[in-house]
Design a protein around this ligand. Sequence first.
Ligand code: UDP
Ligand code: MG
Length: 308
Amino acid sequence: MRKISIVVPCYNEQETIYPFLEETQKIEQKLKKQLVFDYIFVNDGSKDDTLNVLREVASRFPNVHYLSFSRNFGKEAGLLAGLEAATGDFITVMDADLQDPPELLIDMYTKIQEGYDVVATRRADRKGEPVIRSFFSKMFYKIINAVSNTEMVDGVRDFRLMTRQVVDSILELEEVNRFSKGLFSWVGFDVTYISYENRERVAGETSWNFWSLLKYSMDGFINFSEAPLNLSMWAGGISFIASLLGIITIIIRKLTIGGSVSGWASLVCIILFIGGIQLLALGIIGKYVAKIFLETKKRPVYIIKEKK
Ligand code: UDP
Ligand code: MG
């Protein structure tokens, strides 16, 4: 019989683990003639009682395993640790908060059997989300798809069912700065999407705020596009040409009309403008250099303190 590994990153999810398991075990029952289920919870340095809850469920159910990090390393690290530990023929990643409906697994498995390598999910709507957040999310997808070769589908979740082969390909990517949405898409394969209505968390709170999302989207740009670098190059090029035109104008004026140059106010503005562009360009380059710096250190993405 074939095995499905369910990877669940958890950060402060003490209230959601039981409801999550209950719901998913219902699906396990429905699929038990075709699939063996295996759960890998990753405790990402939670500050609440998540670890104890995980120890408890792991001792109650033989097919429930957990890894516990030495501190909070972020969801990306949790996903990676889970995928590395997963041994199934099929692997899925799910949030602990039941925002990824387990009942979809049945349809997803049907699609996998039809021959797809990946069955991904996307939210059909952004119900229950603040308007500004939806606006910025949409902008992010518009811009990143315009400037990056890796396609990122709007509203796509990390929740996806993948074959062993796909997960092995993802694990071959050794980068330390992991932007999973991009990596999942970058490896390619035959992907199909299932849409579903957005759900609220069963309990607990989202760990994202506006700034963390902004930072996350910047990571997306830096990791999957050279557009910011091109932008600063163009800004530099254009201001260089403009300054050449200015110099020529001044020389011609000096030779024809003559007289002293007036307008130091405009001069100050120009100096500030050019200085601003230079700092911006330096900042953008700095971002890429920082990523290179982190990559070259080759630090582990996570550290496991305890596991079962
Ligand atoms: N998560 C994690 N580490 C973190 C933040 C979040 O493992 O540093 C997990 C979290 O427990 C949940 C999933 O990632 O299972 C998605 O997080 P959340 O529900 O807060 O995000 P949202 O669904 O609001 O995008
Ligand atoms: Mg969530």
